[in-house]
Design a protein around this ligand. Sequence first.
Ligand code: ISE
Length: 367
Amino acid sequence: MTTPPAPREAAGRPEMGRLGSPGSGGCIMTVGVGVIGAGVMGADHARFLATSVAGAALVAVSDPDATRRNAVADAWGVAVRHAEAEALIADDNVEAVVIASPDPTHKAYTLAALAAGKPVLCEKPLATSVADCLDIVAHETAIGRRMIQVGFMRRFDPGYAAMKQALADDRLGAALMLHCIHRNMQAAPYTTSEGLNANSAVHEIDIARWLLGDEVSRALVVTPRASGLAAIRDPQILILTMTGGAVIDAEIFVNAQYGYDVRAELVCERGTVSLLPPSATLIREERREGILHGPDWRGRFADAYRIELQAWIDSLRSGKPAVHGASAYDGYAATAIAEAALKSLGSGLPVDVRLEPRPPLYGTGSG
Ligand code: ISE
């Protein structure tokens, strides 16, 4: 890791440098949040911040595309609009930043926000390479306090949270296996065989580390016959071995056609715990009975996104990192493991994972 320069306090707003620091709790009533990126995820984050996150005010939106920027800002009555993310970060109205712009921009905007003393919720991935993730970790470590939460929202999904709690209750005994299914209807047109890891499988990687509180020691990607409806190597099966010996198998099938479908079953010594189908109702029509699958992850994980944002805002107001929030180190670990999976996809062989030691700033244990 390189040694980054010390961050500067935000000019004219010395209190911004303290937002989220220990002892700041209690004095901050509302956190002014700026959202970078007004695409699919940015629009969703903006909606939650404007409508359902206590203690947050959506104060600014940035996107180079004026139509998108204005659509989101108009929807929530936000007057402050910037074409450039850098201008939003520098804006005195903005005390904290959500980064939901294209993946390759995450690193630069995260570092710019840190330099301005503004905490960040960065959509996954934290950065697109292991070296860039480590650079961000080094900057945050040099500051000496947690300013970054990475948007691994599944940690806040009530189903996964109950699964983690069931494991913690210890009635089930040790976790032996985690079977995961991750199906999208259709991948975005730019998705590549290699991109499946960084874009989709990375959620399974993070949930495995967080749920089991263990690190990944090996990654193997197995490729079944590819779907004729996909232009890429799809599906893929990611097999992760944890240092404690548990094994995770995750089917990643991003052109599954029928709907968005995420499942998980944790198999333990004395029983198993599974996610329920995400529906409060059963539909009967045309001689069939069942539930509806949404077209993508936004509906399935709407609660998770809302709870994640609330936990982030609460953490900024209290000065304590969100208990289940993914840290910059978690963001690095997910990218490093995805990179090992990518190597395995290329070679067909298992690849050992060797993570950099976790700096003390991030506590002990995964998740
Ligand atoms: C997408 O980018 C997400 O982050 C979704 O949560 C995931 O399920 C999907 O596969 C990704 O493409």
